[in-house]
Design a protein around this ligand. Structure first.
Ligand code: BDP
Length: 632
């Protein structure tokens, strides 16, 4: 294979990196004469965004793009398809402008909700010395089109506050350079109370001139060192993090103050909408955590500066296995938006249980918000509803740590790979993405279908043995793995199921409940409000029903709970029975890794089944119509 890059000068670090990547992968120098090459990269201002691959003949492929980062992405596309030797003319443009991974890494080396070992960036309140993994990681992310990364936890504890101090910025720059070569901008999560924490000021009031000046000086310092710095990610007035409320200011005032400090440098503020009143009480049914983001942010539509983007969790509660789509999407018209997902498996199995999340994301991204004609799918909301589309997109909390295989469970790598792919092209199906990942990871295997079967059913299997019909939670408090049905029931976090002897579920209707359904566009409001049209999988999210309520498939709610929990365990047993077919084909370390995790998954599924079935049998007194063993 002979490669040529036009223009043949490498002042730009990304272009230079492309040259290095080609030389590394093909162990050959670039040729100096274009006509001798069979792969030619051309900077062409007219191809924006994304890139164009043109097959000239059997021998020659040309890849054109306006931006060097897109040429690099074109190179990875070339590598991906080289495996199949399958080239046709193709124009690739990303669906989303911002495609981001958020790290919840703490400076001490721990990772909030991390299930794959310690941080790849930090240890003991210092930066690590060895960045080999980071380099490989940057390449991996770039290969699937990721272009932003946040380097630290949104909960900015004491030590991380000072990542924006001169003392640490040199190391941040080092990381920014590694990612920058791959076209990925770094961002830092900042603490809204930083001016106070630094000991410089007595207030963090966004309308205070000294505070504004403080942030301006800080931004200038950062950009002097790191000219391509992405900006700030902020969790404010949320779960104890400081924010503008303390000064009687709103989120727009808080976010705009930071945005104005970054604007001269073309930086952005990503401001999270995960804001709810943690003290709301289960006895007061008029408050509802599901309503909180909309109640806090809808009235601010149009009040945010152009370089502010709201980062909005895909559902109204918190990355559950099953949630409806957040009603702010489609309703916000004048605010830049990012949809937030969670690759790290907090509520979805801790990377112990296999859970291929692309199924969930595909469904969520293809949800019709009913805010457009003939439709407005969630995947199209960031681009069409953001006043500055290039400041909109998707983000996800990452799942990588220092474990040998990066993600704890080997198969959880597919979620990271898949997030990047779906961020680029939301119409790729979970099956297509899985096939790519399997081929890239394992090559040709005789029993590839076994892994496919397990992974493609895994999301439904996990849902089957955990909380039923969209009710959510029922997990062990704090760590969020394994069952604890009443664990959050009398807590103050707004995560209830209201199970009693007659039934369960949260009444979020206008007629008799919290009124949350009204936050949706008319057609969706009508669908969710009415018990007969509400989809079964979300029934208990929207309605409180009796155990004898009959679902669309003819089963009662109680029988559905029993059946799915027995079936979920049987599925995991099936996975365990299938897996040995791969023993001779996989590297022993990968084979064992998944086997060991499957055994733990079975234990978890059995626990869920037994606790759920016992609990609901005791509550309802209604026996299983198949007379299976319930430990009552
Ligand atoms: C919840 C996590 C918590 C995060 C929070 C967030 O349990 O650790 O800090 O989300 O998104 O899911 O800020």
């Amino acid at each position: 294979m002979r490669f040529y890059i036009k223009p043949n000068i490498f002042e730009d670090s990304i272009l230079l990196n492309l040259k290095n990547e080609i030389e590394t992968f093909f162990q050959a120098k670039l040729v100096t004469v274009e006509s001798e090459a069979n792969v030619v990269f051309v900077l062409d201002k007219s191809i924006y965004p994304g890139y164009l691959v043109k097959k000239m003949n059997q021998e020659k492929v040309i890849i054109l793009a306006a931006e060097t980062v897109s040429l690099l992405q074109g190179f990875y596309y070339y590598l991906l398809n080289l495996i199949n030797n399958d080239f046709n003319d193709v124009r690739q443009t990303p669906n989303q402008a911002i495609r981001m991974i958020d790290h919840w890494d703490n400076f001490d080396g721990t990772i909030e909700r991390g299930y794959a070992g310690r941080s790849i960036f930090y240890e003991n309140n210092q930066f690590l010395d060895d960045y080999n993994r980071v380099k490989m990681y940057a390449r991996m992310l770039a290969s699937v089109g990721i272009n932003y990364i946040a380097l630290n936890n949104v909960n900015v504890h004491h030590e991380e506050t000072f990542l924006i101090s001169a003392k640490h910025l040199a190391k941040v720059k080092f990381l920014a350079d590694i990612f920058g070569k791959f076209g990925i901008k770094v961002m830092l999560s900042v603490n809204f109370a930083s001016p106070i924490r630094f000991g410089d000021l007595k207030t963090a009031d966004p309308l205070d001139e000294q505070v504004q000046q403080w942030w301006q000086t800080r931004a200038n310092l950062i950009y002097d060192l790191i000219p391509d710095f992405g900006g700030f990610l902020v969790k404010a007035d949320s779960e104890g993090e400081p924010g503008p409320f303390a000064y009687g200011r709103d989120h727009a005032q808080g976010a705009n103050m930071l945005a104005r400090a970054l604007a001269p440098h073309h930086g952005i503020v990503i401001w999270r909408t995960f804001v709810y009143n943690a003290h709301q009480d289960w006895r007061d049914r008029t408050t509802d955590r599901a309503r909180a983001a909309y109640d806090n942010f809808m009235a601010l539509d149009g009040k945010f500066d152009d370089n502010v983007t709201l980062q909005i969790k895909f559902g109204p509660i918190d990355f559950q296995t099953r949630e409806p789509v957040q009603p702010l999407f489609g309703a916000l018209e004048k605010t830049n938006q990012i949809i937030e997902f969670q690759v790290t498996q907090e509520y979805t199995g801790h990377q112990i249980d296999i859970n291929y999340l692309l199924q969930q994301w595909y469904e969520v991204l293809h949800f019709d918000t009913k805010h457009g004609q003939p439709e407005l799918l969630l995947k199209d909301v960031p681009q069409t509803k953001s006043p500055v589309p290039q400041n909109s997109g998707v983000a996800a909390v990452g799942n990588v740590g220092r474990d040998d295989n990066w993600t704890g469970n080997k198969l959880a790598q597919a979620n990271l790979y898949g997030f990047g792919r779906i961020a680029w092209d939301a119409d790729l199906t979970p099956e297509q993405i899985l096939s790519e990942w399997l081929q890239l990871t394992f090559g040709k295997l005789e029993h590839l279908d076994v892994i496919k079967e397990i992974m493609l059913s895994s999301n439904a299997t996990y849902e089957a043995y955990t909380a039923p019909l969209g009710v959510g939670f029922m997990v062990t408090p704090q760590n969020h793995y394994g069952p604890s049905i009443d664990g959050y029931e009398f807590d103050r976090w707004g995560t209830y199921h209201f199970a009693d002897r007659n039934g369960l579920g949260v009444d979020r209707t206008v007629k008799t409940g919290t009124g949350y359904t009204r936050q949706y566009a008319d057609a969706n409001y009508a669908k969710y409000e009415d018990l007969t049209t509400c989809p079964d999988e979300l029934l208990l999210f929207f309605h409180h029903v009796d155990y004898t309520h009959v679902l669309h498939d003819g089963k009662t709610v109680i029988q559905h709970i029993y059946d799915t929990h027995f079936e979920g365990v049987e599925k995991v047993k099936q996975y365990l029975a299938l897996w040995p077919q791969l023993e001779d084909e996989l590297a022993p370390i990968d084979y064992q890794n998944v086997l060991e995790h499957l055994n733990r998954q079975l234990k978890n599924a059995v626990e869920w089944r037994d606790q759920m079935n016992t609990f609901f049998y005791r509550m309802s007194g209604i026996p299983d119509n198949q007379e299976r063993k319930i430990y009552a």
